[in-house]
Design a protein around this ligand. Structure first.
Ligand SMILES: [Zn+2]
Length: 81
């Protein structure tokens, strides 16, 4: 969010893993989806060849919704810190 010094840019893989408490699997990480409490262990986290975050929910939540939810969680924790 422009103008707010505490809010940062795009989520990193590390942040997404931490926020979702993801566990390491063969390729990337698995976690509970942040968008729906019924989506247990349906979230897949990975990175592309440039190291950018890739998230995919097998419950069909959109990339936009997942990253927006995680960013809100992250930025909220920064404000409260
Ligand atoms: Zn989901």
């Amino acid at each position: 969010m422009p103008g707010h010094p505490k809010l940062r840019g795009p989520l990193t893989v590390k942040e997404a893993v931490k926020l979702t408490k993801a566990r390491k699997v063969d390729k990337g990480w698995r976690a509970n989806c942040p968008c729906d409490p019924d989506h247990k262990d349906l979230l897949k986290i990975d990175k592309n060849s440039e190291g950018a975050l890739l998230v995919y929910c097998h419950g069909r939540c959109s990339f936009y919704l997942i990253t927006r939810t995680l960013r809100e969680q992250r930025d909220q924790s920064l404000i409260c810190a």
